[in-house]
Design a protein. Sequence first.
Length: 371
Amino acid sequence: MNDITYCVPCHFGLESVLKFELGRIGAENITVSDGKLSFTGGEEMAARANYRLATAERVLIELGTFRAESFTQLFDSVKALPLERFIGRKDAFPVKGHCLDSKLHSVPDCQKIIKKAAVERLRSKYAVSWFEETGAVHQLQFVIRKDICSLYLDTTGAGLHKRGYRQNSNEAPIKETLAAGIVDLARIRQDTAVVDPMCGSGTFLIEAAYKAANIAPGLRRHFAAEQWEQFDKSIWRTEKEQALAEVKKDIGFRGYGFDIDPEAVALTVDNAKKAGVISRIEAAKRDIAHFERVPGATVIVNPPYGERMLELREAEELYRVMGEKLAPTRDEPCFIISPHEDFEKFFGRKADKKRKLYNGMIKCELFMYFK
């Protein structure tokens, strides 16, 4: 039965990319709002979404949404939810969340009320006086915004950006989920060549290789709901086997990474090995000033930017060099993410298209050159 409502948060600006991903994995009744999408599916969708979604931050089960202007209203509404469907008598069910523009603004107080209501609901269903909470973790997560509370159950655990290949990173890494979204917007295919002239940890190259080879990004990690007794464990095995069977081995994709820092080059190689795509990726030490175009390759890059005046001027000079060296064309497009409002001026060319994205808390633009 496809009677479970799921919610998947994402980076602002990637909603359309994630919607396409959801449609591809068979999600139904997809609805889009800022920074998140909701859909319906069966139990197998928890495994499928966790394994396969490249741009989602996590996969949540939406337990209910209701108005909560008082603690009494919050308590009664949570207690009315069918928590026993997903939480067993021995399971742990910690509570976390946040409040925004609401009468209920104290997060600790809301945590206590929701926990108390959950205990009362489960106590009445399991006829026990106390809960040992020694079983699998079922993280309850609440969001109260403008007096509307949504209560979720987290099936993921550690965020989906943690693919398992990047234990180490440089000082300014781009999140894997954001990188995957940019790779998707760059229309990377199985025979695309991709160049990152400032490769850092190699995230763009690895995510591009995953996209080209149809490698599900969650294959190298585990998820919280794998341990839940409420879900048939065979679902996870089946979904993983299916995802592995759909990996494309005979592809022409190549990734080329360059960086002025030899440690970054070594990091890219190490992470590509951990990700299982080193056979498709090369990395070498090279300054952007000595960049040489790879015929027919797509450039994807997250250049450094300065927060202090001297660093800012250095970044602006770097953008000028990039404009001269990258020289994007229809056959060799370029996708650059930057927070600098005057990036195009220093790059020397107006982007063919722009998209607002957030890299963490930093408001950026994706400058797309493809004409």
